[in-house]
Design a protein around this ligand. Structure first.
Ligand SMILES: NC(=O)c1ccc[n+]([C@@H]2O[C@H](COP(=O)([O-])OP(=O)(O)OC[C@H]3O[C@@H](n4cnc5c(N)ncnc54)[C@H](O)[C@@H]3O)[C@@H](O)[C@H]2O)c1
Length: 291
C-alpha cells in the first residue's frame, strides 16, 4: 500500500526525530502528545535540528522550509486516524501504549498500518489488543533519529507480509537501513546494549569505578563513541529501567536484574539529559559527574 501521511503519537525525543525524518522525506506528518508543551517543544527542536543540517550543507534551505510546512500538530485522534501509517512513540509503559491504541482505533481507516516505536515491549501482545494484529508492527527507530541509520522492524505473530513489505519500502524511502528482529524482549539492539549499560551502573554501584573512569574506559578501551553512562543519560534512565524490567520479566533470568542504583536515579527523577540530571549534571556549561 502507498503511504503518504504519517501520524506520530508522542512528541518526546523520539517522536520529534521521527516527525523530522518523515517530513524531510516528503510525507505529511501529524504530531500528537498529551502535553501541548511537548508538541510545541518538538516543533522547535525539529526547526533547530533542521537548521543544523542546513548549516552543514546536508539539507537545502528550501527542503527545510518544505519539511517544516509538512508538519502539523493535533490533539484530535480523528486527525491521526485519517493517516496511512500511525507510529506510537509515547512513554515506554505498556498501559500508556494500550490506552493510546484504544483511543485511536475507532478513528483508523481500515487500511492504516499501526506501529509502535517501543524499545522492548512484546509486539504480539500490543497487537492483540487492537483490531488489526495483521497490520501491526514494531517500528523501532534509534536515537537520535535524524542521525542513526538503522531501523528495526519487528513482526508480531500475526503481522502479514504486505505490512512488512510496506514498512521495508518506507524505511528505504527515508534513506535508512532496515534490520528484521523477531518479537522477543528488547529485540536485537537493546537486548545487547541495555544490559551492557546496566552492568556499567553495577560497576559504579560496587565502586569499581566512578562515572568518569567507567565512561573513559569504554571509550578508550573498547572504542565506543560514547561511554555507557553518558549513553544511558542520553537514552533516558526511565527508558533504560523499563527495558531492563521487560528483559527481567520476559526472560526470567537474574542476569537482567536492574541495578538498584539505576532504580534510585529514576526514583529521584534524575532521568538523564531530558531532566537536566542523571549520571551527569547538565545544568551548567559542561556535564559534571554526579558520582
Ligand atoms: N530514548 C531512546 O533512546 C529511544 C530509542 C528508541 C525507542 N525509544 C522508545 O520511544 C518511545 C518514546 O521514548 P522517548 O525517549 O521519546 O520518551 P520521552 O519521554 O522523550 O517522550 C515521551 C512522550 O510521550 C508523551 N506521552 C505520554 N503519554 C501520552 C499519551 N497518552 N498520548 C500522547 N503522548 C503521550 C509524553 O508527554 C512525552 O512527550 C518509548 O517507547 C521508547 O522506548 C526510545
Amino acid at each position: 500500500m502507498a503511504v503518504q501521511s504519517v501520524g506520530v503519537i508522542g512528541a518526546g525525543q523520539m517522536g520529534n526525530g521521527i516527525a523530522h525524518v518523515f517530513a524531510l522525506a516528503g510525507y505529511d506528518v501529524l504530531l500528537n502528545d498529551i502535553s501541548a508543551e511537548a508538541m510545541q517543544a518538538a516543533v522547535a527542536t525539529i526547526d533547530k535540528n533542521l537548521d543544523r543540517q542546513v548549516s552543514r550543507g546536508k539539507v537545502s534551505a528550501e527542503d527545510k522550509a518544505a519539511a517544516m510546512a509538512r508538519i502539523r500538530t493535533t490533539t484530535d485522534m480523528a486527525d491521526i486516524g485519517a493517516t496511512d501509517l500511525v507510529i506510537e512513540a509515547a512513554t515506554e509503559r505498556e498501559d500508556v501504549k494500550n490506552k493510546i491504541f484504544e483511543s485511536v482505533l475507532p478513528h483508523l481507516k481500515p487500511e492504516t498500518i499501526l506501529t509502535s516505536n517501543t524499545s522492548s515491549i512484546s509486539i504480539t501482545r500490543l497487537a492483540s489488543r487492537t483490531d488489526r494484529p495483521e497490520k501491526f508492527m514494531g517500528f523501532h527507530f534509534m536515537n537520535p533519529v535524524p542521525v542513526m541509520q538503522l531501523v528495526e522492524l519487528i513482526r508480531g505473530i500475526a503481522t502479514n507480509e504486505d505490512t512488512y513489505q510496506t514498512l521495508v519500502g518506507v524505511v528505504a524511502s527515508l534513506g535508512k537501513t532496515a534490520a528484521s528482529a523477531e518479537d522477543f524482549p528488547a529485540f536485537i539492539v537493546n537486548r545487547i546494549l541495555v544490559p551492557m549499560m546496566n552492568e556499567a551502573v553495577y560497576v559504579l554501584y560496587e565502586g569499581v569505578g566512578n562515572v568518569r573512569s567507567i565512561d573513559e574506559s569504554m571509550k578508550l578501551g573498547a572504542n565506543h563513541p560514547m561511554g555507557p553512562l553518558e549513553l544511558a543519560d542520553f537514552i533516558g534512565l526511565d527508558t533504560c529501567l523499563a527495558i531492563m524490567n521487560v528483559l527481567h520479566d520476559g526472560l526470567a533470568d537474574t542476569k537482567y536484574r536492574p541495578c538498584p542504583l539505576l532504580v534510585k536515579y529514576v526514583e529521584a527523577g534524575w532521568l538523564g539529559r531530558k531532566t537536566g540530571r542523571g549520571f551527569y549534571d547538565y545544568r551548567g556549561e559542561t556535564p559534571v559527574p554526579t558520582r
